[in-house]
Design a protein around this ligand. Structure first.
Ligand SMILES: Cc1cc2nc3c(=O)[nH]c(=O)nc-3n(C[C@H](O)[C@H](O)[C@H](O)COP(=O)(O)OP(=O)(O)OC[C@H]3O[C@@H](n4cnc5c(N)ncnc54)[C@H](O)[C@@H]3O)c2cc1C
Length: 411
């Protein structure tokens, strides 16, 4: 049996999935997770996450049965993925049975992933590492140091480890798009509005003017959840240039609401109501950035995973799914090393190679979905919307099946 000390830097979705998987496979004795947040509930974890069937398979492999059951009991299956135009005319509407993805609250997912782990240290912000032939020394912001046989970069999209290991890829690339991410709090009217829009799970509103609106109702009806926590999420995707011209650079809630109202002037009354009734303080600007694929990740004692290596705009709901897959792929190889069936560096090299392929297939899919939604000449876009609408009317199953088949697809 080969044993080794592993330091996982970052206690997010990927890092915790890995820690769970190593524990499940009985190789947790020398594993420690270092998370910069002072506690798992320190900050708002953000909007709900979609876990596709393939991601769920990897999540199940990472979790003990009881925690997987908790995930199932506190997540729900999507039952629609509609595309419509700004007048609410349907473009794509696959049948519910074709959609198998699930939605889970981020804080719930993190609490499930933390459960039963006594090897997570909070308030430990990684600063830098020093690698030698035999070990990696890690320095933390609090001045402390630790030594490991290997470390895992699970420190998210702004990864400091990536900056050190792959300096030419330190900065993420700009997609050229912002997302005005907004929360319309639950009320009887909000629920009615969602119902009238047909927004039971996910609606994309496509336009010919280079913007797209994504609407996702967020229900909280899991066994440990409070339905009153629900809200209607909508995100308005706008080109950075256009946004900056219109706001002169202002980014506070009122400016975001002003832009969304201005851009949606010709939209249906229901869509307008959704935007106008959202409080400005519930609007945040997200900048869509993307990783650029390195030719290879050099094999060493520093291993890359999750957003630290393949960050992507959330246009395919694949980032977390891919981070969970990384955790399972990595743990499977560590198990082989632990059982003496594979050399450590052979396992790391093989993992990085495979991960770059499927990880960047997910990055490409996300960027391609973004482009499909917002890029194109206005006249061609008008034609495209007309064709989609007509196709949906005369042969609905054609595009519906294409879209359903692409949900959560990996490379
Ligand atoms: C609006 C939005 C919606 C999304 N929706 C989906 C979706 O529906 N489905 C999906 O699959 N993906 C989705 N994603 C993407 C998904 O959130 C990420 O891909 C996923 O969280 C990546 O997991 P990770 O573990 O690599 O990084 P993270 O989950 O970001 O975790 C990184 C962790 O590292 C910690 N950390 C950072 N720096 C340090 C440091 N120096 N020292 C110690 N700790 C550190 C952070 O505090 C954090 O806890 C969405 C993203 C956004 C922005």
């Amino acid at each position: 049996m080969t044993t080794f000390n592993i330091g996982i830097i970052g206690g997010g979705i990927g890092g915790l999935s890995l820690a769970q998987n190593l524990k499940k496979n009985g190789i947790d004795t020398n594993v420690t997770v270092f998370e910069r947040d002072p506690s798992p509930t320190f900050r708002n974890q953000g909007y709900r996450v979609t876990i596709h069937p393939s991601g769920e398979t990897h999540l199940r492999a990472c979790l003990p049965d009881a925690l997987y059951e908790k995930f199932r009991a506190n997540s729900y299956r999507w039952d629609s993925f509609r595309m419509m135009d700004k007048y609410e005319r349907l473009l794509v509407d696959p049948p519910a049975e074709a959609i198998l993805s699930r939605s889970v609250d981020r804080a719930m997912l993190r609490s499930i992933l933390c459960s039963g782990l006594d090897n997570v240290q909070y308030g430990k912000e990684f600063l830098a590492y020093h690698e030698t032939e035999n070990e990696v020394e890690v320095r933390f912001v609090d001045g402390s140091t630790e030594r490991f046989d290997l470390i895992i970069a699970a420190d998210g999209s702004q990864s400091r480890i990536r900056g050190q290991k792959l300096p030419e890829y330190a900065e993420l690339a700009d997609t050229g798009y912002f997302d005005i991410a907004s929360k319309l709090p639950w009320s009887e009217r909000t629920q009615q509005l969602a119902k009238e829009l047909g927004a039971t799970a996910h609606v994309e509103v496509l336009t010919h003017t280079g913007e797209a609106l994504v609407i996702i109702p967020q229900f909280y009806d899991g066994v440990d959840e409070d339905p009153a926590d629900g809200y209607l999420y909508w995100g308005y995707i706008v080109a950075c240039n256009k946004f900056n011209q219109m706001t002169g650079g202002a980014r506070e809630g009122q400016a975001l609401k002003g832009i969304a109202m201005k851009l949606s002037e010709s939209y249906s009354p229901l869509l307008r109501e959704m935007i106008s009734s959202t409080p400005a303080e519930e609007m945040t600007l997200l900048h869509f950035l993307t990783s650029v694929k390195p030719n290879a990740v050099p094999t060493s004692r520093v291993v890359m995973m999750g957003d630290a290596i393949h960050s992507m705009p959330p246009m395919a709901g694949m980032g977390a799914n891919t981070a969970i897959r990384d955790a399972n792929e990595l743990a499977t190889r560590f198990k082989a090393v632990f059982d003496g069936k594979m050399g450590l560096f052979e396992a790391i090299e093989d993992y990085h190679k495979v991960m770059l392929d499927y990880g960047f297939a997910a990055v490409d899919l996300s960027n391609s979905n973004l482009k499909k939604a917002v890029v194109g000449h206005p006249i061609l876009k008008r034609i495209e919307l007309f064709v989609l609408r007509t196709l949906h009317q005369v042969a609905p199953s054609v595009m519906d099946n294409v879209i359903a088949g692409n949900l959560g697809k990996e490379g």
